[in-house]
Design a binder for this molecule. Structure first.
Ligand SMILES: [Zn+2]
Length: 263
């Protein structure tokens, strides 16, 4: 329920608010976090739209957002992240069909992850790169969930951002070697499982994502993300018997949770 117009309007309002508050120094820290939370909502909404259009082969800048059910253009209220969903009581204004909960969940999750990243990363460079990095992973997690596809237009720039985070952290040679070892290990494991299960377990794109994940997060956090992702996967597929979540969706969820609870 978002489009580029709403994104631009909200960014403009947020920055105006920020500039106003910056004139009163005692509120700067609080307002910086408010701005980051707003940016998380808006960019989370934008990422959802981007993923939806990529997954459904809709040109990115062709038109404003339309209702998923009746295809009429949605009103301005529906374009406001989270609040639009609440004001409409979870139903589209045009045809009163339930709006997919994944809209507000994506927006809220992005906002929370942004605040967590800002909280743990005092350096602006690392903080902004990690935010872009997580949004990229979110977009790929969503397209993987809807269509089991990753798009090069997102994956390659995301790998570049992973490499930049790696450079900022230092010890990049160690990180590259570690990433290669991990990819080689998981590749061997997936081929072994494929011969036993007689069905494909992982796609080529999954290995690129694993490589980028290790570059950006390093060993301990990567293992944490894989562990959290595996638990969510088992919970969804085995315990709740819901639609099985693909690998990159699990990594996006896992890294989001890791950012939230990192101490
Ligand atoms: Zn409708």
């Amino acid at each position: 329920m978002s489009d580029l117009t709403s994104t631009n309007i909200t960014i403009f309002i947020s920055f105006s608010l920020y500039l106003f508050i910056c004139m009163q120094p005692q509120y700067t820290a609080i307002m910086t976090f408010v701005l980051i939370a707003l940016m998380g909502l808006v960019l989370g909404s934008f990422s959802h739209t981007l993923a939806y259009r990529l997954a459904h082969a809709i040109p990115l800048f062709s038109r404003r957002s339309h209702c998923d059910d009746c295809d009429l253009p949605v009103g301005m209220i529906a374009l406001i992240p989270v609040i639009g969903y609440l004001l409409l009581r979870g139903q589209s204004a045009c045809c009163q069909k339930p709006i997919d909960k994944i809209y507000p969940i994506t927006e809220l999750a992005s906002s929370c992850v942004f605040i967590a990243i800002a909280w743990h990363n005092p350096s602006w460079g690392t903080m902004l790169l990690l935010m872009v990095w997580w949004l990229g992973l979110l977009v790929m997690g969503l397209t993987d969930y809807w269509t089991l596809q990753l798009h090069d237009a997102i994956m390659y720039p995301w790998l570049v951002v992973s490499a930049l985070i790696c450079l900022l952290h230092g010890e990049w040679l160690f990180a590259i070697l570690g990433a290669l070892v991990l990819v080689a290990f998981v590749f061997g494991l997936s081929r072994f499982l494929e011969t036993i299960l007689k069905k494909p377990t992982m796609g080529e794109g999954d290995f690129y994502i694993l490589f980028g994940l290790f570059l950006a997060l390093r060993s301990a956090s990567t293992l944490g993300v894989i562990l959290i992702g595996s638990i969510i996967g088992i919970l969804f597929g085995v315990v709740l018997k819901k639609k099985e979540l693909p690998f990159v969706s699990l990594l996006a969820l896992g890294s989001g949770i890791l950012f939230l609870f990192r101490v």
